[in-house]
Write a protein that binds this ligand. Structure first.
Ligand code: DGY
Length: 319
């Protein structure tokens, strides 16, 4: 007796796949399925649950193709800008995400981007890959110190606060912009700005840590408000950034460097970003650790198990 019929849209970690197989009547692929393939598998299996992840687009049209028995779509990601939650709710389908468990890995990745961009890691790694042909002189290949620089954080939720906690270890004064001001025990001395435009001129480093799905935040005007030579870091969502404006800011020296884990288009990202020497780019690996991917998969299965057992999902999203 299993908890119900599940279609898993992509290969999960071994531990998560094993649990899915033992608790559910689960269809599990050996490579990521397209949305068409998921819809077909869900219909063929008369699925009650679907497990997928960020970048797998759940539109109203996709929902229309799913069996009437479908009760829950669980995304193994904290972000859910790829899911039309309102359309799912209208159909009576619960949508869940995986908050909390991605916080540390994503904050660690933010620090990796911050350090990689500031210390020109891409150029130095390329040099080593090429057999260390460039012998940097005393005044060459120089990056920019992170220690002591003022860090601006946009989005002071769990991940933003975890970034602030790490940055304090680098003696970075923290300023932040958020919909609401945090309580002093969460602020930990960080200075609040209720207007982003007022904060940007103070940010020697700027990190985006807010959810996607709310349009473009970083336009040419916003980049121009940063102090010249600032470092920009994005581990949140590429949709928050006008990449044309970012390229202008990097090429003109308005930004010294950028560290990016997320892009407007993934994986077909704008490779002009890579052509610039002053970028440090990663392929959306914010949560990609053994521990975190297991925790995300388990959390998604917990949510599915709850719904299929008639209990409220711990991480049900509101439209
Ligand atoms: C998330 O959790 O939203 C990440 O971007 C996916 O790994």
């Amino acid at each position: 007796m299993t908890l119900g019929r599940l279609v898993v849209g992509l290969p999960m970690t071994q531990a998560v796949a094993a649990r899915a197989a033992s608790e559910f009547d689960a269809v599990q692929p050996d490579r990521p399925m397209s949305m068409d393939q998921i819809a077909e598998a869900a219909a063929a299996h008369n699925a009650e649950a679907i497990l997928l992840t960020a970048g797998m687009h759940v539109s109203a049209g996709f929902l229309d193709r799913l069996p009437a028995d479908l009760k829950v779509i669980a995304t193994a990601s904290v972000g859910y800008d790829h899911i039309d939650v309102a359309a799912a709710s209208k159909r009576g389908v619960v949508v869940t995400n995986t908050p909390d468990v991605v916080t540390d890995a994503t904050a660690d990745t933010t620090m990796l981007l911050l350090l990689g961009a500031s210390r020109r890691a891409k150029e130095h790694v390329r040099n080593m890959e090429g057999g260390w042909k460039i012998r940097n002189g005393f005044d060459q290949g120089l990056g920019w110190e992170v220690t002591g620089k003022t860090l601006g954080i946009v989005g002071m939720g769990r991940i933003g606060r975890a970034v602030a906690q790490r940055a304090r270890g680098f003696d970075m004064p923290i300023v932040y912009h958020n919909r609401r001001r945090l309580a002093p025990e969460l602020e930990q001395g960080a200075r609040y700005f209720d207007k982003l435009d007022d904060m940007l001129p103070h940010c020697q480093v700027l990190s985006l840590n807010l959810p996607g799905g709310q349009g473009v935040l970083m336009t040419a005007e916003k980049f121009a408000l940063l102090p010249r030579g600032a470092v920009f870091v994005n581990s949140a969502r590429g949709s928050l950034v006008d990449e044309g404006a970012l390229i202008w800011a990097l090429a003109s020296g308005q930004l010294a460097a950028a560290g990016l884990d997320v892009f407007q288009k993934e994986p077909a990202y704008d490779t002009r970003l890579n052509d610039l020497p002053n970028t440090f780019l990663l392929p959306h690996i914010g949560s990609a650790t053994e521990e975190t991917r297991n925790a995300m998969g388990f959390r998604a299965l917990d949510n599915i198990a709850a719904v299929l057992s008639g209990r409220p999902a711990p991480d049900a999203l509101k439209a």
